[in-house]
Design a protein around this ligand. Structure first.
Ligand code: G6P
Ligand code: MG
Length: 212
């Protein structure tokens, strides 16, 4: 039986996937590097420096110092994108999904690769609905490695086999499965072929369907 749920944030509970894309697009444009929404798919769920590495590819002109400068610039643009975020920026039904899990007595963790996640859940006024927020800086490897979901299970005190992970990114679904959990995909079956269940959006979250 299900005892805990680990939610991704960006693209699951709020539309920050768009905000991340716009900030990366600005950076890529400023460098003259081709980038579009299709290439952006591979960045979803991937941490900041990992995403930058995917954009720069094998261009040798950027050493670590330069890469850190570029990542900081992207984050400044991203912070502008989310500067006015509030409760209205939650996807419809996001708060209700968290409340469903609480009402069922499940442990709830936030498993986001974003270092901006604590800021966002505070601004959107859902921080109190989480029992745990995993700090991605504390992990050895980002998604698709299982670390963040294993940390969520550990801090909730729930065996991974009794956990559900909720993700919008292929790297995230991979991480959930690598942790030994069931994966609920938010998006399309075409984008997330390996998810155990698919819902088009978080408003369709129905805990009873994943508790079997
Ligand atoms: C999430 C997003 C990624 C983002 C990553 C790091 O996983 O899906 O697009 O790159 O977080 O976010 P950060 O806010 O730390 O740069
Ligand atoms: Mg995501």
């Amino acid at each position: 039986t299900l005892k805990g749920v680990a939610f991704d944030l960006d693209g699951v509970l709020t539309d920050t996937a768009r905000a991340h894309y716009r900030a990366w697009k600005k950076l890529a444009d400023s460098l003259g590097i081709p980038f579009d929404e299709e290439r952006n798919e591979a960045l979803k769920g991937v941490d900041r420096m990992g995403s930058l590495a995917l954009i720069l590819g094998d261009r040798p002109a950027y050493d670590l110092t330069e890469r850190q400068r570029l990542a900081a610039r992207k984050n400044d643009w991203y912070l502008e994108e989310i500067a006015h975020f509030g409760p209205a920026d939650l996807f419809p039904g996001a708060r209700a999904a968290l409340e469903q899990c609480r009402a069922a007595g499940l442990g709830i963790a936030l498993a986001s690769a974003s270092r901006n996640a604590p800021l966002l859940i505070a601004r959107m006024q859902v921080a109190d609905l989480f029992d745990a927020v995993i700090d991605p800086a504390s992990l050895a490897a980002g998604k698709p490695a299982p670390d963040i979901f294993l940390a969520a299970a550990a801090v909730l005190g729930v065996h991974p086999a009794a956990m559900l992970g909720v993700e919008d990114a292929p790297a995230g679904v991979q991480a959930i499965h690598a942790a030994g959990m069931k994966a609920l995909g938010v998006g399309t079956r075409a984008a997330l072929p390996d998810a155990d269940w698919i819902i088009p959006a978080i408003r369709d979250f129905d805990l009873a369907a994943y508790s079997a």
